[in-house]
Write a protein that binds this ligand. Structure first.
Ligand code: GLN
Length: 454
């Protein structure tokens, strides 16, 4: 049934880059066989999932939604996807995303933008963005094409698309899920996580994805807790911090109201609400947009026309010409913009003024959180400053697009677990998300507060 739905919705939503119906069937059959033999089923036994096309999948095209990697079939499997298959999950297909995970609306994909299944309640038919970069994941979930999907979050790419589509997603603590076999964007920020339609499903899937991996030097060497078993929406004795700096001037009225609703729901669940301060919040966005492009420009140097994917070799070209032609043809405009920003801030003349400064501010942002968590157990904030915007609305203004990440990037820079849960609809009938940010390694606290909000 899921395979049929994926095929039927492809034209309208463009959520998948390729479908792999046989993989989903294989997992279902393997699970049936296990059941018949009376064997224990894995955590994800038989569950058909969507795989963001940033995860390398053995012999299955892995593109990062780029022309550069079009047709690339890895001869290895990412650790996270392997863990999911080991837990019994099956793959419905590879989900569309922003090219190399750079974007907030899925409009930078080489394979065309994804469309959200949501419509405004004005009777119109305007196509809305599913968020990004995990927009294929969020759109597919919202349209019920899959019960769960993988996402990756460098600066909000799990949380913001979840908020835009009324779905749920958690970015765990940096290092919880292995980055091995995930196409690298900004290595000090990249983190995989589950996207699903409930907090409980996210807890189950995160357990299957997480765990130490010797192949990732920043992997956390900690046991994976049984988050699902310890789920509880009882917030008695818990303190919830409300960061005053997130009450920015001109905050959307509906977003502000849903935040107040969330505060009330957590109070009802027994929590004590405390005001906290994260004084360096206003520097988070500029800091992120220095560090992420800097790391991206370095990571993307590997696409040289020799080792992976596309090679453009004009007649009579030398090596230098081949690099230039390949990269000119293989990268889209947003990726080129990030490479230019990144090489600029890392250049000898500007390194100290931009990159070194940004690293210092990043440390201050992490300190803000550490201090705030002396006063509270979790932090509650909006996920994004608005509900989903229309396709095409922000494409000509990168700064406006980047502003969408304003509430998401602080937790990314600090490496903290953060989750988005649905929090009602705005006056246009579109979903809004609330974000729970937790202490490092405290996914349980985040999931529990998420459950109390659900
Ligand atoms: N929207 C942010 C960006 O464009 C975050 C992307 C992500 O988390 N992968 O960089």
């Amino acid at each position: 049934a899921f395979n049929a739905n994926v095929a039927a919705a492809q034209e309208a939503l463009n959520a998948f880059i390729i479908a792999t119906p046989e993989k989903a069937i294989e997992a279902a059959q393997a699970t049936d066989a296990k059941r018949a033999r009376g064997e224990a089923l894995g955590k994800m036994g038989g569950v058909p999932i969507g795989m963001k096309d940033l995860f390398a999948t053995f012999d299955v095209q892995t593109t990062a939604a780029s022309h550069m990697l079009e047709g690339f079939k890895p001869q290895y499997e990412s650790t996270v996807s392997q863990k999911l298959w080991d837990a019994g999950a099956g793959m419905l297909g590879k989900l569309n995303l922003d090219q190399f995970a750079m974007g907030s609306s899925n409009e930078t994909s080489y394979f065309g933008n994804v469309i959200s299944p949501w419509k405004r309640n004005d009777g119109g038919n305007a196509a809305l963005a599913p968020g990004g970069s995990s927009g294929g994941s969020s759109s597919a979930l919202a349209a019920r094409l899959c019960p769960a999907a993988t996402g990756t979050d460098t600066g909000g790419s799990i949380r913001q698309p979840a908020a835009f589509t009324g779905t749920t997603g958690i970015k765990p603590t940096y290092g919880r899920c292995s980055r091995w076999g995930v196409v690298a964007f900004a290595s000090s920020l990249d983190q995989a996580g589950p996207m699903a339609r409930s907090v409980q499903d996210c807890a189950i899937m995160l357990e299957a994805m997480a765990g130490f991996d010797a192949k990732d030097s920043t992997s956390l060497d900690l046991p994976v807790p049984n988050w699902e078993a310890a789920l509880s929406g009882d917030m008695k004795g818990k303190k919830v911090g409300i960061p005053k700096e997130y009450r920015v001037d001109g905050l959307d009225e509906d977003v502000s109201k849903s935040w107040d609703d969330g505060i009330a729901w957590l109070k009802d669940a027994g929590a004590e609400i405390v005001e906290i301060s994260l004084p360096h919040t206003k520097y988070a966005l500029p800091t992120y947009y220095i560090i992420a492009p800097a790391e991206a420009s370095s990571n993307l140097a590997r696409y040289d026309g020799v080792r992976y994917g596309l090679r453009d070799l004009p007649d009579g070209a030398n090596l230098q010409d081949m690099y230039a032609a390949t990269r000119a043809a293989g990268f889209g405009p947003e990726v080129k913009r990030r490479i230019l920003i990144g090489t600029y801030v890392l250049s000898a003349g500007f390194y100290d003024a931009y990159y070194t400064q940004a690293q210092k501010v990043r440390a201050l942002i992490a300190q803000d959180f550490a201090k705030a968590f002396e006063q509270c157990d979790v932090i509650l904030a909006p996920t994004a400053p608005s509900a989903a915007f229309g396709l095409g609305e922000n494409v000509d203004d990168p700064l406006k697009m980047y502003l969408n990440d304003v509430f998401a990037v602080p937790a990314s820079l600090a490496g903290l677990p953060a989750m988005s849960v649905p929090a009602g609809l705005n006056r246009e009938g579109l979903p809004l998300g609330l974000q729970v940010i937790g202490k490092a390694f405290d996914e349980q606290g985040v999931l529990n507060a998420g459950l109390a909000l659900e």
